[in-house]
Ligand binder design. Structure first.
Ligand SMILES: C[S@@+](CC[C@H](N)C(=O)[O-])C[C@H]1O[C@@H](n2cnc3c(N)ncnc32)[C@H](O)[C@@H]1O
Length: 382
């Protein structure tokens, strides 16, 4: 039933693994690894006999790096550490470990603000899509012993502008390595004498509400409120009659508006990004401390048993680097199952995405309640 259509056999000199993305989708079209993973494992293989300690992996997507390093048994696996912001990446790691009969040591996974091991043998960094997240991670490398080797890799087609200069800013001299697997890499090490601080979290003003939002590194709309979010905020209804959810909450501004317009009603903030939820948590605490808020880190509403009178959604239209409406469609389906009788899913989207058509597959009633030349705001109910 849930068979993917892409290749799942990951092969490298260090390990062969069966790898799939999470959630497991029928007819999945995206592979669970890419050349940047192979590149980093090649680099690891080239290191001299690993020093005491184990690698620290940053931004593993679906476990290719962490599981290959664990399976090859070249280092003290008990200290292997993999850190990233994505709950889906963490879930893919756990599911793929189980599929391959691998038992990862307790505490392998660390969320972005968790402590790292004190002296990893090497830091292997997949360059994430969000440069801000990378910068926040690089600035933290200053806590590791000077001289710790660092390797970064990215797919050539995803090279972020200014990457080499940014890495140099934090780590000093870097070597650009030869390309392989349609990927490239940088060689650096933790410098003696400290690493500059990164300018995160940022502050985003919402003057009309008197809010100054905290936005952690890599969270959507890092420097200013998203224009779609601003339009969506204005459409948040009053007089809601039951619990509300901000699905894909980012910094939480949409759910905060719902809480302000409906005092006394609880809001559940949901995101798969740990730093997004952390931003929302801090923003609710700072701006609306008397309102009741719950925070759900996971794949949309999966794992929640509660039903909602209002679900607000400004959906993602990417999966990783790929423009893809798979996630939006999945969130629509989830919302259809989690509404209270009479409940409403309210969605904003770019006009050309035609979310109205997709929503009509799950909701008998879909009407446009707002928008402008670029966006539409839709209310869907059953
Ligand atoms: C377009 S942003 C909207 C953020 C915020 N609501 C706003 O309007 O500014 C979409 C959000 O969905 C989150 N997201 C992506 N995939 C998700 C998933 N499977 N489950 C939950 N959240 C997800 C992203 O991390 C991101 O914060």
């Amino acid at each position: 039933m849930t068979q993917p259509t892409v290749d799942t056999l990951f092969e490298h000199a260090l390990a062969s693994l069966r790898l799939r993305r999470y959630p497991r989708l029928r007819g999945e079209t995206l592979r669970a690894w890419d050349g940047a993973d192979l590149y980093l494992l090649d680099e690891y293989g080239r290191l001299d006999a690993p020093a005491a300690g184990a690698p620290l992996v940053l931004n593993d997507q679906c476990g290719a790096l962490t599981l290959a390093l664990h399976a090859c048994g070249r280092s003290a696996s008990a200290q292997l550490c993999s850190s990233g912001d994505s709950w889906l990446a963490q879930a893919a790691l756990q599911a793929n470990a189980s599929d391959n009969g691998l038992v990862l040591p307790e505490g392998v996974w660390r969320w972005p603000l968790d402590a790292w091991p004190e002296a990893p043998s090497v830091v292997l960094v997949r360059v994430p899509k969000e440069m801000a997240l990378l910068e926040a991670q690089l600035s933290r490398l200053g806590s590791l012993p000077a001289g710790t080797p660092v390797r970064l890799a990215w797919m050539d087609k995803h090279l972020p502008g200014g990457l080499v200069d940014r890495v140099r800013h934090y780590l000093g001299p870097v070597n650009l390595l030869r390309g392989a697997h349609k990927a490239h890499g940088l060689q650096a090490e933790v410098p003696a004498g400290g690493v500059p601080a990164a300018p995160y979290p940022t502050r985003v003003a919402v003057p009309e509400q008197g809010w100054s939002l905290t936005v952690h590194a890599g969270v959507f709309a890092q420097q200013q409120l998203d224009i779609g979010a601003r339009l969506f905020m204005a459409s948040v209804p009053k007089n809601v009659t039951g619990p509300m959810a901000d699905l894909g909450c980012g910094n939480g501004v949409i759910g905060m508006m719902a809480a302000r317009r409906n005092p006394g009603l609880p809001v559940t903030f949901c995101d798969e990004s740990w730093l997004a939820l952390q931003s929302a948590r801090e923003n609710m605490q700072a701006c609306l401390p008397d309102e009741t808020a719950h925070f759900h880190l996971g794949n949309g509403l999966a794992g929640l048993t509660e039903r909602f009178a209002l679900i607000l959604l400004n959906p993602p239209f990417h999966r990783g680097h790929a423009v893809d409406d798979t996630v939006a469609k999945m969130l629509f389906r989830q919302a259809a199952d989690r509404l209270l009788p009479g409940g409403v899913l309210q969605v904003i989207g770019n006009r050309h995405l035609r979310y109205d058509r997709t929503l009509q597959r799950h909701f008998p009633k879909v009407r446009q309640i707002g928008g402008d030349s670029r966006f539409v705001i839709l209310a869907a109910s059953r």
